[in-house]
Design a protein around this ligand. Structure first.
Ligand code: RUQ
Ligand code: CUA
Length: 666
């Protein structure tokens, strides 16, 4: 395998030599003395058993200390309920953002403010402490990522979260009022007016019990359109609404863009209305939901749906505005297009005119032409109606082409050179194919043809290309989000990490090249998006001392140094405390057993990275208080005793001295 011919070595050494030359003669010229001579590269490579391709891959991903990655990837954290922030191409983990799950390092879910945000997502008051994050969606302006906000859904309980990328913190969690299951979220419309949350497993939308024998009549699917207020950085729930859909299992969605702006696409499976029950002699879901050759791509006229909503054509279900299936059908908001065999994914091309749908059990991707779909709707070119009366558009009238890409196609991403990339789950590979005639021509290929394939390790789900699902893809890099890693990493027991593999897609004449493996040891990441790093404008420190990240404004209880105090009124004790290297003021807090304690802590530092923690034993608190931030904890001092609290961030040489006593008298 590892043929190390003199020629290859010479080429690799030349590449590295050039690289070193570029680095030393560039802005890091002052580090020239630290670089390794090219002769050493050869001996290191020999000692480590690296071949020339390995060396090139290493050089393409290595980001020297102090230099930053060109891209940032926001990956779902799967059932950790969090979001991963990863630098590309280094694949270094930069942050894990607490979203649906308490996260102690960030104090997420411990302070009063963050607890309230988490609690707002509880269904009917039931406390949840996990989430299954699936699809992160960066906010967009004119179809392009703008780096301001990130949305993500929780499939397990149908929740949606809003993360503000000024401080990379979760600001809002919303429980979907009509369903406990989502999957087709989150996706945004080209100017982020709407955040889309499509449901998955059908259920009665009023939250009541109904027997599975009444599946057809009482169970329903849904898609919810959450109105986003960019100024406030919040979803406005009472300006949001949902559509009632047949009880097919709606799957992934995507928003139209450019020519298809104002339209939403949502694929589905289980149009068989299978209700499982293998133990009762029924076909199991996996077979029952795969009987038909075709399921339905839902084509939704969002503009029209919004008009109907604004005209008051909704009914209230669970206190939420819902457009009934009947209204949708009467008004022509909802149309179906047949889609082949257990479809998955629906990805709109950068020009907005084509929709790519994979069939999990079909080696093809099917490409639909949106212009033809629109025409078919206008001309009522329907082949039938489904059992709920929804028109089914004539398949042949709207299909552009079908391309055989390989086994188990799932998801598709795009680059700026007219290539599409489709993940192949069963084949453990990524297929690269050409879009349309114009692009295929430029590459000297037949229209819509498969041009290259690369193996990945293993069982790939989603792909993320640099800005690869917006109107201006960047190309360069593609990350394959692999579900299994099998033999790729050192054994860590039967539960294996998943594997993010970085692939170089910049060579548009030659092949794709695998560059790097990144194990993911938390949850099962589903989707990710990769944004150009210079589009992100995160704050260095909070804008003012006494800042509430939850309100993204000054906190009424934020204090300046010198304003610290303890106030008692009856059984209520309120503390305004400051934190600065390396002490809290006050350091002693005296209360009596049974007192109601409200404790505000402000980090009065202005230096970047000067974060202080606040760990209080027994009472179960940890806070992360970043420069300028104010956080509050509120509790009843129900146990008498001595409780040493301390700073949980190693903030200074005298960090161990940054402590105090919370004294609860019996
Ligand atoms: S999907 S299983 Cu994004 Cu392929 Cu969730
Ligand atoms: Cu502040 Cu350690």
């Amino acid at each position: 395998m590892r043929k190390q011919t003199m020629y290859k070595w010479a080429a690799a050494v030349a590449v590295l030599g050039l690289l070193i030359f570029m680095v030393t003669c560039g802005k890091n010229g002052e580090q020239a003395g630290q670089t390794t001579a090219s002769g050493d590269v050869q001996s290191v490579a020999e000692a480590r058993g690296l071949n020339p391709a390995d060396l090139v891959a290493a050089a393409k991903t290595y980001v020297p200390t102090g230099q930053h990655d060109e891209y940032v990837m926001f990956g779902s954290g799967g059932h950790s309920g969090q979001v991963l922030v990863i630098g590309v191409p280094s694949m270094r983990l930069l942050k894990v953002i607490g979203v649906f799950t308490p996260e102690p390092w960030q104090g997420w879910g411990y302070s009063k403010e963050t607890r309230a945000i988490l609690k707002a997502g509880n269904p009917a008051g039931k406390e949840l402490n996990w989430g299954d994050t699936h699809h992160p969606a960066l906010s967009e302006t004119e179809g392009d990522y703008d780096g301001e906000y990130l949305f993500i859904n929780d499939k397990a309980n149908a929740r949606v979260a809003v993360v503000d990328l000024k401080d990379f913190e979760t600001k809002q969690i919303i429980k979907n009022p009509i369903s406990l299951s989502d999957h087709g979220g989150t996706f945004v419309t080209p100017n982020t007016e709407w955040v889309i949350e499509g449901g998955q497993y059908a259920m009665p939308l009023n939250g009541e019990y109904a027997s599975l024998d009444e599946y057809k009549e009482k169970y329903r699917g849904m898609i919810t359109f959450w109105k986003f207020d960019r100024e406030k950085g919040r979803i406005v729930t009472d300006e949001s609404f949902a559509l009632e859909l047949p009880p097919y299992w709606q799957d992934l969605s995507d928003a139209g863009k450019l020519v298809s702006d104002g339209w939403i696409f949502l694929n589905s499976f289980n149009t068989e209305l299978s209700t499982g029950g293998v133990e009762e002699g029924n076909p199991p879901f996996e077979a029952g939901a795969s009987q038909r050759d075709m399921d339905y791509l839902h084509v939704i006229n969002l503009e029209k749906a919004v008009e109907l909503y604004e005209a008051g054509k909704t009914t209230k279900v669970g206190g939420f505005d819902l457009l009934s299936l009947e209204t949708l059908t009467e008004e022509g908001v909802l149309n179906f297009v047949p889609e082949p065999k257990s479809p998955h994914g629906v990805d709109v091309t950068p020009d907005g005119n084509f929709l790519v749908i994979s069939g999990k059990l079909d080696p093809h991707v099917t490409v639909y032409n949106f212009t033809k779909i629109k025409e078919a709707i206008e001309n009522e070119n329907f082949e039938t109606r489904d059992e709920y009366g929804v028109p089914v558009i004539n398949f042949d009238a709207v299909v552009e082409t079908q391309i055989e890409v390989g086994l188990g196609p799932l998801h598709t991403q795009f680059d700026p050179n007219g290539f599409a990339y489709t993940s192949l789950f069963l084949e453990s590979a990524v297929a690269r194919w050409t879009l349309g005639e114009e692009w295929s021509d430029k590459h000297g290929k037949e229209p819509w043809s498969l041009v290259d394939k690369i193996s990945v390790h293993y069982n790939v789900g989603h792909l993320a290309a640099a800005e690869g699902d917006n109107v201006n893809p960047d190309g360069k890099y593609l990350v394959s989000l692999n579900k299994w890693s099998v033999d790729r990493f050192t054994n860590v027991g039967p539960l294996l990490p998943q594997n993010f593999q970085l692939i170089d897609i910049s060579d548009t004449k030659g092949n794709m090249q695998l560059l790097y493996d990144m194990p993911i040891g938390i949850g099962e990441p589903h989707y990710a998006q990769i944004i150009k790093a210079d589009k992100l404008k995160g704050w260095d420190v909070y804008p003012e001392i006494g800042w509430s990240p939850g309100k993204q404004a000054k906190d009424a209880n934020g204090i300046q140094p010198g304003q610290e105090q303890v106030k008692r009124s009856g059984k209520n004790v309120e503390i305004w405390m400051s934190a600065i290297r390396s002490h809290y003021t006050p350091e002693r807090v005296n209360v009596k057993k049974g007192d109601h304690v409200t404790w505000h802590i402000t980090n009065v530092e202005r230096a970047k990275d000067a974060t202080h923690g606040f760990g209080l034993p027994y009472y179960n608190y940890n806070l992360s208080i970043e420069p300028g931030e104010t956080q509050t904890v509120e509790f009843v001092a129900d146990k008498a005793g001595v409780f040493p609290f301390y700073c949980t961030e190693f903030c200074s040489a005298l960090h161990l001295e940054m402590a105090g006593y919370f004294l609860v008298q019996p």
